[in-house]
Ligand binder design. Structure first.
Ligand SMILES: Nc1nc2c(c(=O)[nH]1)N[C@H]1C(S)=C(S)[C@@H](COP(=O)(O)O)O[C@H]1N2
Ligand SMILES: [Mo]
Length: 520
């Protein structure tokens, strides 16, 4: 690319950067839950085909959002550079592209679940700022390097008579100032959104109520002393995170409300103070993602504090036609949970606490659902705002409209945590260990086999309850060589884990976790 072209592209990027930064700053002040960038990202997330979600999780794990943000930045930079080039070619062309991008941002912002009318201001500010700055920069560039006159093949180079050095300096200064302005606006946005979440959150100062139904005691021996085995209870900072929220919803608990609607005799509305005053139950419950591959780590066990959903539903009194509860989050995500799983006496909770702390923002603050025995995509709604009592025949949840099943009972699974696959270990007695789960049914037996030999029963640690995972261990004497080791579990109703391999879509993976190790 010739030099003036490069500078036109740079002018476009600088103009786009300051425009986007200005838009994000205005959004941070006016509509903290929805900004042009997060709204466009949300549209992309909702629009990508279901297999792409799996691929993203497979390739990037829980860093998939970071990757998306990087992609958005790259696309925005590319478009901005293009706008710069177009504007240099013909005044107005680059402005038109900026206006189209702004209109896309406006449409995205207004169609998000968190949309508020004032959210429309940010994309307008972004587009107008970009256009004004772009025009100004391209005009300064033309003063330095006049665009080619019609019919000529080359940009005209400055001649001795023209005050090129001065014009050049003016243009470069303008680009530098614009970039500085973008950086300042970006930093201000970070401060403003931070302040908003701190102000709205007051999560830090929140005191959790005491449970009137305290947790089951963890039986002796439930946590095995094996190096590298998954801890029996997963620390909050290590807990897997899966959701469609590009920006974590920062919800002010003092304005939070939960609505109960649909096929009920009594519509209800509950605020946070009312929820906290209810008799709380505290329970260890293991939750897992349907996208968890065999041997994967999209699963965790935490101590959840909450009010049983069945108590709330009992007040609303579902009609006999209902068979499902569609839960909705602040950001418009939905899950379809069988009504029965919420009323059959299991500890399905409106959770406010996780491992003795208020819910972390990314795990659903201030309130989420946790339902033993169901995958997260049909039960574990974070940033919960509504429970609509309805019928499977009438409503479909977020992932069910994208090729996943409507119901998601957890499949019995087991995992070898140590030794890790691919590791070398010393010949002699080799200690194997891991976890097995079949939430709400419980685990009865875990077996291991080496090189497809006979299944050997492993030592199964006592579980905290049928709703949590169990640790297991098994030691075998191995001589030097390569080994393939497999594990399988049987649930407490006597049903063995399914051997046949199935992919995660549409309702959860099956197959035996298989590791290969080298014994030296
Ligand atoms: N609001 C909202 N809640 C959600 C999701 C989501 O995308 N949005 N994802 C669900 C899925 S698929 C899973 S597996 C669990 C994960 O919960 P965690 O991130 O706290 O581990 O949250 C569920 N709740
Ligand atoms: Mo999930």
């Amino acid at each position: 690319m010739r030099m003036p072209g490069r500078w036109a592209a740079a002018a476009g990027v600088a103009a786009g950067a300051i425009g986007i930064a200005a838009g994000e700053l205005v959004a941070g002040l006016l509509s903290p839950l929805v900004s042009p960038v997060t709204a466009l990202g949300g549209v992309v997330i909702d629009a990508v085909p279901p297999w792409a979600k799996d691929l993203a999780i497979q390739w990037f794990g829980t860093a998939d959002k970071l990757v998306l943000v990087v992609c958005i930045v790259l696309v925005a930079a590319g478009l901005a550079a293009l706008a710069g080039l177009m504007e240099r070619r013909r005044a107005g062309l680059g402005l038109a592209l900026s206006a189209v991008a702004g209109a896309a941002g406006l449409a995205a912002v207004l169609t998000r679940a968190q949309a508020v009318p004032q959210a429309a201001v940010a994309p307008v500010i972004a587009a107008v700022t970009t256009m004004v700055v772009l025009r100004m920069l391209v005009r300064k560039l033309a003063e330095w390097v006049p665009a080619r006159p019609p019919g000529s093949r080359e940009d005209r180079q400055p001649t001795d008579q023209e005050p090129a050095p001065l014009a050049r300096r003016r243009f470069l200064n303008a680009v530098a100032l614009t970039s500085l302005g973008a950086a300042v606006a970006g930093a201000a946005t970070a401060v403003v959104t931070r302040a908003a979440s701190v102000a709205s959150g007051f999560r830090g100062s929140m005191v959790l109520p005491q449970p009137s139904t305290p947790p089951q005691t963890v039986p002796d021996g439930a946590a095995l002393p094996i190096d590298g085995i998954s801890p029996l209870v997963t620390a909050n900072r290590d807990f897997y995170r899966i959701d469609t929220a590009l920006a974590v919803p920062a919800i002010d608990p003092s304005t939070w409300k939960l609505k109960v609607t649909g096929l009920v005799e009594q519509d209800l509305e509950l605020d946070f103070a009312a929820l906290l005053s209810k008799p709380m139950t505290e329970r260890h419950i293991t939750i897992a993602c349907v996208s968890n591959e065999v041997g994967g780590d999209l699963i965790g066990n935490a101590l959840w504090l909450g009010w049983p959903v069945r108590e709330l539903l009992a007040m609303a009194r579902p009609t006999s036609a209902a068979d499902m509860v569609l839960s909705t989050s602040n950001d418009g995500w939905t899950a379809s949970t069988p009504l029965e799983a919420l009323t059959d006496g299991r500890d399905a909770l409106l959770a406010v606490g996780m491992n003795g702390e208020p819910l972390p923002l990314e795990h659903g603050f201030p309130v989420r659902m946790v339902v033993p025995g169901l995958y997260g995509f049909v039960s574990a709604t974070k940033w919960l705002t509504e429970l609509k009592v309805t019928r499977f025949a009438d409503e479909k949840a977020y992932w069910s409209t994208r090729g996943w099943s409507e119901r998601g009972p957890v499949k019995t699974q087991s995992r070898i945590d140590v030794p890790r696959s691919g590791r070398s270990v010393r010949a002699g007695t080799v200690q194997f260990g891991g976890v097995a789960w079949a939430q709400h049914r419980g685990i009865e037996r875990v077996e291991m086999r080496v090189n497809r030999g006979p299944w050997q029963e492993a030592a199964l640690a006592p579980g905290i309850s049928a709703d949590t995972w169990y640790q297991w261990q098994h030691a075998v004497d191995l001589t030097p060589g390569d080994y393939e080791v497999q594990v399988r579990a049987t649930d407490a109703s006597g049903r063995p884990q399914v051997e046949e391999r199935a992919r995660v879509a549409p309702d959860g993976a099956t197959g035996y976790h298989t590791v290969t190790i080298k014994v030296t």
